[in-house]
Design a protein around this ligand. Structure first.
Ligand SMILES: [Fe+2]
Length: 236
């Protein structure tokens, strides 16, 4: 019988295993553990989960763990470079840890922002610093056109699922478009071995000989950054 079936317009996620994971653990794990045991960080504003411990958007905390010149970025850029097929230049906006040990979870979200004070990102990454695939929950990505598919007979056919949970090993590193929604289910408590991820957002400034971000926007973003810092420091 003639005929074919073809998937159109795929969304790509990228996965690699960081072979330097043990080295990275030796650099930051103790500091993250100490930060967690202080238990002095509330759930960030705007997050719906009532149970997660994260250093998201806490520059001072993140600098104390990763350094003001983030010591992990060279490792991450090495693996990001494996995903790109041309020369590139990126700006990493944020890097933070997430600590799951006693039934933490995170609701469906993406890494875009409507906040004019935060520069936009094109890609986001998750590094599984500590992860037990037998006990910990993976990230689950969500089909961005799930609702559109409700009107199609293809919905629920060919083993379609509106979410995708990749198989994850400790040390795995994912890159995905920042618009792609994802979540983490509530895990069983794992007091002997927490699930610790490090996440980051970045914008692509150059790709090959192309400038992908309108440079005219950058001064505005830089100004926003300065304003934000000025407000934080109480200067204005
Ligand atoms: Fe996320």
């Amino acid at each position: 019988m003639n005929g074919y079936r073809k998937a159109l317009f795929p969304i790509h996620i990228y996965q690699a295993n960081i072979k330097e994971n043990e080295k990275i653990k030796s650099l930051v794990l103790n500091k993250i553990e100490k930060c967690y045991h202080k238990k002095d960080i509330p759930v960030p504003d705007g997050w719906h989960t009532d149970k997660i411990y994260t250093s998201f958007d806490l520059k001072e905390v993140n600098d104390s763990i990763f350094g003001s010149e983030n010591i992990l970025h060279p490792y991450y850029i090495k693996y990001i470079s494996k995903f790109f097929d041309d020369s590139f230049k990126i700006v990493i906006h944020d890097t933070w840890f997430n600590y799951y040990v006693n039934g933490e979870y995170q609701e469906i979200h993406n890494h875009l922002t409507s906040d004019l004070f935060i520069p936009p990102s094109h890609f986001s990454c998750i590094h599984y610093l500590t992860f037990n695939p037998d006990k910990h929950e993976p990230v689950r990505f969500v089909d961005p056109i799930e609702e559109v598919r409700y009107s199609s007979l293809e919905f629920n056919s060919h083993r379609y699922s509106e979410t995708y949970a990749p198989t994850i090993q400790e040390g795995d590193f994912f890159m995905f478009p920042s618009y792609l929604e994802h979540f983490v289910k509530k895990s069983q408590p794992t007091p002997d071995y927490p699930r610790i991820t490090i996440a980051l957002n970045f914008a692509v400034i150059n790709y090959g000989d192309k400038v992908l971000v309108n440079k005219a926007h950058l001064p505005g973003y830089l100004l926003s950054y300065n304003l934000r810092l000025a407000i934080f420091l109480g200067i204005i």
